[in-house]
Design a protein around this ligand. Structure first.
Ligand SMILES: [Zn+2]
Length: 150
């Protein structure tokens, strides 16, 4: 099967999150046959829930739709490097592949900080591909935080 990136869809969710006043991070969960299973942007402020990151929301929706706590063969696209909490959720869900955009030296938990998937306690490490549409993801985050400061 030819590779198709779903990062453009994830960026749409990130932009929608920014429009809601949320940190602009978007995620898309893709099933084994290449269909979009769930899409979400951050909703921590709207839901008063610090765990309502885009990745957690698509994992919850995907598991609910599938009726399973595992997302075998699923791919997760997210515009920003997942934090340690999301990386742990991704590992628990047994997501097959993670594609992310911008790198996050401050809060990332994949290539930075806890490096969850490389940790000996990780029960499952997905294949990880970084740098997808990173420039657009970074620009969204930069604009959002610049406006908040201004
Ligand atoms: Zn997170």
């Amino acid at each position: 099967m030819e590779f198709r990136s779903f990062m453009a869809e994830a960026l749409i969710e990130a932009r929608a999150a920014a429009a809601r006043g949320e940190v602009p991070v978007g995620a898309v969960l893709v099933g084994p046959s290449g269909e979009v299973v769930a899409r979400a942007g951050n909703r921590t402020r709207e839901l008063n829930d610090p765990t309502a990151h885009a990745e957690v929301l698509v994992i919850r929706a995907g598991c609910a739709a599938l009726g399973s706590e595992r997302l075998l063969g699923h791919d997760l696209y997210v515009t920003l490097e997942p934090c340690a909490m999301c990386a742990a959720a991704i590992a628990a869900a047994r997501v097959a592949r993670v594609y992310y955009g911008a790198s996050d030296p401050k809060s990332g938990g994949v290539a930075h900080g806890a490096c969850v998937f490389d940790h000996p306690q990780a029960h499952h490490a997905p294949e990880v591909y970084d740098g997808f549409s990173a420039t657009q993801s970074e620009a969204l985050l930069r604009d959002f935080f610049a406006k908040r400061r201004g």
